[in-house]
Design a protein around this ligand. Structure first.
Ligand code: HSE
Length: 426
């Protein structure tokens, strides 16, 4: 039976899950995969934590050199997170001829090309299923199950923390701060929630996923990013009453105009399959020109779900002698020839607080008309004393035209404020 020795760098939540799966299912993998996978060594500064997971003292390495020089280690699993020292450690492992499996989206989104170059040089595997959408095998689907297709779009709820926050705001009418505190109490959101709530985590993931989907490197600089920290619960409630659900979406589209990749809060129709993905669950919706629609749903984070993706990569790497790498030009800045959409098209939801006087609506609609933006629906949501809240839903319009129109509307003396501005995907 083929023996496979692995090293785990980092025994936190994910590393612990990987260790648990590999040790508890050793006999199962022998039977089902014909592989005897053993954890040869772990690198974890917090020795107590490693021991509490059942790792023996002898298995704990003193430093990365000890890991990469261990002849029994075939595959190094990096689950430390962050870019350093993770990047140096992964490079050392690759240079020593070890295959690498990582869950590190930030490292991968920022340094994919350098890591891939080293892996190619050494002819070892570089696998990253767990970097995007945790336990959901989206990368394997894009690489091995969709080759017959030109992928037109990829849309996903790819951050569980923000999905939990938005779900609570929609279900309980909670405001953003209250929902965030609840997410922190449950361990979904970090003490510093910036990476999740400002859309950085989703940006790393959609940059990786859309690169694979569109066969062109999409660098993080090519991704438009906006988070959820400015979302007002009133917009969620008004949207709901008009048939929309708010989600933080990662969106990638490919058309004649080029590649358009974004992360922002988005209203989707209540009937959209992504609208029913609630709490901390994740889902990705793909459209291929041959297969049509596909949707994958599951846990995007957590010890065992992410461990599941990592161990599947370990098994894949151990069973495939030929390593495959991205077929597209994957250099630091991507391929200059790739065309990106600079000004995307969307529908919009705009909420304005205005003076409740004759002719105000006409002035506002006049600005939309000047910007060549067609209005689909107008609704007065509330009025008190001499103020009214008006919501406008538009037909598809250019983002630049919409931004200019908002500026003009804000400068009208009849408009107190533009309180809500949310893109709509239908
Ligand atoms: N923090 C992420 C999330 C999981 O909330 O989905 C890891 O990317």
């Amino acid at each position: 039976m083929k023996k496979v020795g692995v090293a785990i760098l980092g025994l936190g939540v994910v590393g612990g899950g990987v260790y648990e799966i590999l040790t508890e299912k050793r006999e199962y993998f022998k039977k089902t995969q014909g592989l005897d996978i053993t954890v040869e060594t772990v690198l974890e500064k917090n020795v107590e934590r490693a021991l509490s997971r059942g790792v023996s003292k002898a298995t704990i390495a003193a430093n990365i050199e000890e890991v990469v020089s261990n002849p029994n280690v075939d595959i190094v699993i990096e689950v430390m997170g962050g870019t350093e020292p993770a990047k140096s450690f992964v490079l050392k492992a690759l240079m020593s001829g070890k295959s690498v499996v990582t869950s590190n989206k930030e490292l991968f989104a920022k340094h994919w090309s350098e890591l891939e170059e080293e892996a190619k040089k050494m002819n070892v595997a570089l696998m990253f299923e767990a970097s995007c959408v945790g336990g959901v095998p989206i990368i394997r689907v894009l690489q091995d199950g969709m080759q017959a297709n030109r992928i037109k779009s990829i849309k996903g709820i790819i951050n569980g923390t923000t999905n939990y926050i938005l779900t609570k705001m929609a279900e309980n009418g909670a405001d953003y701060d209250t929902a965030l505190k609840e997410a922190q109490k449950l361990g979904y959101a970090e003490f510093d929630p910036t990476a999740d709530v400002e859309g950085f985590d989703a940006t790393y993931k959609i940059s990786i996923l859309s690169s694979l989907a569109f066969n062109s490197k999409v660098c993080i600089e090519n991704v438009y990013r906006e988070g959820i920290s400015g979302i007002d619960k009133d917009d969620i409630a008004y949207g709901k009453s008009m048939g929309y659900t708010l989600k933080l979406l990662g969106i990638g589209k490919q058309s004649e105009e080029g590649i358009d990749v974004r992360v922002h809060p988005t209203f989707i129709k209540n009937e959209d399959p992504l609208a029913s993905v609630s709490d901390s669950f994740n889902a990705v919706h793909l459209v291929g020109d041959s297969v049509g629609e596909i949707m994958l749903y599951g846990r995007g984070a957590g010890s065992l779900p992410t461990g599941s993706a990592i161990v599947s990569d370990v098994i894949f790497a151990a069973k495939h002698s030929e390593n495959y790498y991205t077929p597209f030009k994957n250099n630091v800045k991507g391929n200059k020839a790739t065309k990106f959409v600079s000004d995307f098209v969307s529908k919009y939801y705009v909420r304005m607080l205005v003076k409740d006087d004759a002719g105000v609506l006409a002035k506002i609609s006049g600005q939309f008309a000047k910007g060549d933006i067609s209005i689909k629906e107008v609704k007065q949501m509330s009025s008190e004393e001499n103020l009214a809240e008006i919501v406008v839903i538009t037909h598809p319009a250019l983002e630049s035209a919409m931004q200019k129109t908002i500026e003009k509307i804000v400068s009208l003396k009849e408009v107190v404020a533009v309180k809500g501005f949310i893109r709509i995907e239908e």
